[in-house]
Design a protein. Structure first.
Length: 140
């Protein structure tokens, strides 16, 4: 099976996290002489599994029962809310078909309320013309 490679640019928050994690790793080398090739590690050793730590972290954060895969849904939802095009969103998340991507694009009640609020705002910009057509005021 061919490995599919993706490009996912770092957000500023991710960049800061990775820079801080690398600094902690470099400090481990300076203070304890441990040469570690991994940015994320356990005291210089490779992390081979994180299930127990993940469950514990979720419990401490007050969100027990979450799965790592839940972040994929959160990411798709945030991409949709930010107005990122589906084709770009699919590239970022690795979805190959729009039908699967749409399964992750959950629409909430607040999304629907926001849409109707935006429609109301848009409606106030519409004026009727004498010839029966409508125009949208630019609002500028």
């Amino acid at each position: 099976m061919d490995e599919v490679k993706r490009v996912f640019p770092f957000t500023l928050e991710w960049r800061e996290l990775l820079v801080a994690q690398k600094a902690a790793r470099d400090q481990l080398r300076r203070k304890k002489g441990i040469v570690c090739p991994w940015v994320f590690h356990r005291n210089g050793a490779q992390i081979k599994g994180y299930d127990k730590a993940w469950r514990s972290a979720c419990r401490r954060a007050g969100v027990p029962g979450r799965h790592v895969h839940d972040f994929r849904r959160t990411t798709v939802r945030r991409l949709e809310q930010a107005g990122i095009s589906r084709s770009v969103g699919m590239k970022l998340t690795g979805h190959k078909t729009e039908s699967v991507y749409r399964r992750y694009a959950i629409v909430s009640k607040s999304d629907l309320e926001d849409a109707t609020r935006r429609l109301d705002e848009f409606a106030t910009q519409i004026t009727s013309n004498a010839d029966g057509t409508a125009s949208v005021m630019s609002g500028k």
